[in-house]
Design a protein around this ligand. Structure first.
Ligand SMILES: [Zn+2]
Length: 307
């Protein structure tokens, strides 16, 4: 039986929020058994300054995933959440001195480094997975996201765009945690965007901290970062990195297969909420209890297949 994991000792980082542009200090602390991932806003007074990292607390999905409990907001959680699933962390306290998680270099790699430097320890309780027992699909226009049963975790994503620069790079990628190294092949993929679209985002107070230090910038001629891309398929790999972070808000790592077509943070969250609302679509299992071919009957197959 696999055991729950947390970090050995606290570890700190200082950075800026990519959307707010605000400086933030982040401290990761060991979490208690069965406590899950929780954010704490140390800059807020009052007894309630905590938000659990769970899909039902997602409050905004415009360009990133933000969670809130009442007046306690935490923005841009997805890259850190992705790193936590990638390293198998189950319980963690994340203290922030401002509203937004630091963007670091725009990927999950700096969080991997932080966690590894703190050390990872096993705890005495068994690790729990969320096993998908039947297909659940959500759609929005031509975009869709689905989860279906699979022994392990794999994810496939198709990135659709008619921009001629994106057209030069792979738009489809699949990973299987049994054969792909999240740390080596996914975690370093950075956020990206068209330079022409930056003023539009900044007009709604997003991307105020964006720079070539924390994103891949693209103009009409191609990638403008001096060092180019980290992976040939960095764009689509970053979409998978986001998916992993958004889906870890289900509260446990998933045993299942994800397929996404043009999906973003909004649809990823819609999928997570749809799963949680269908009791027959999942079950909590310890890894050694996972057994193939034992799906429960499909009770409401159409409930989440449209809109
Ligand atoms: Zn991202």
């Amino acid at each position: 039986m696999l055991k729950q994991r947390t970090i050995r000792e606290p570890v700190h980082a200082i950075g800026i929020g990519v959307h707010s542009g605000a400086k933030v200090r982040m401290t990761l602390r060991p979490g208690e058994i069965n406590s899950g991932i929780n954010f704490i806003r140390s800059d807020l007074g009052g007894a309630q300054n905590r938000v659990p990292a769970l899909a039902d607390y997602v409050a905004d999905t415009t360009l990133s995933t933000s969670i809130a409990d009442g007046a306690v907001h935490v923005a841009t959680v997805e890259h850190l959440m992705s790193a936590l699933w990638g390293l198998g962390i189950d319980n963690l306290l994340i203290e922030l001195s401002a509203e937004e998680v630091p963007i670091m270099d725009g990927s999950a790699a700096p969080f991997i480094k932080m966690i590894n430097s703190a050390g990872i320890v096993e705890q005495s309780a068994p690790k729990q997975f969320l096993r998908i027992t039947r297909e659940i699909k959500v759609t929005q226009g031509d975009a869709f996201a689905l989860l279906r049963p699979y022994q392990g975790f794999k994810a496939g994503y198709t990135f659709v765009t008619d921009h001629h620069v994106y057209d030069q790079y792979p738009k489809q990628a699949s990973i299987d945690f049994a054969t792909t190294s999240y740390v080596d092949d996914v975690s370093a993929a950075r956020s990206f965007g068209l330079i022409d679209e930056l003023p539009q985002a900044q007009a709604i107070n997003k991307c105020l901290g964006s720079s070539l230090d924390n994103a891949v910038g693209i103009d009409d001629d191609g990638v403008i970062n001096e060092d180019g891309l980290r992976y040939q398929d960095e764009f689509v790999k970053h979409k998978l990195l986001d998916v992993i972070g958004d889906l870890f808000l289900l509260g446990r790592p998933i045993l299942g297969e994800f397929i996404g077509h043009m999906s973003g943070h909004a649809l990823n969250n819609k999928l997570a909420r749809a799963v949680l609302r269908c009791d027959d679509a999942w079950e909590a299992v310890g890894y050694s209890l996972a057994k193939p071919g034992s799906c429960k009957p499909i009770l409401h197959p159409e409930a989440f297949s449209a809109g």
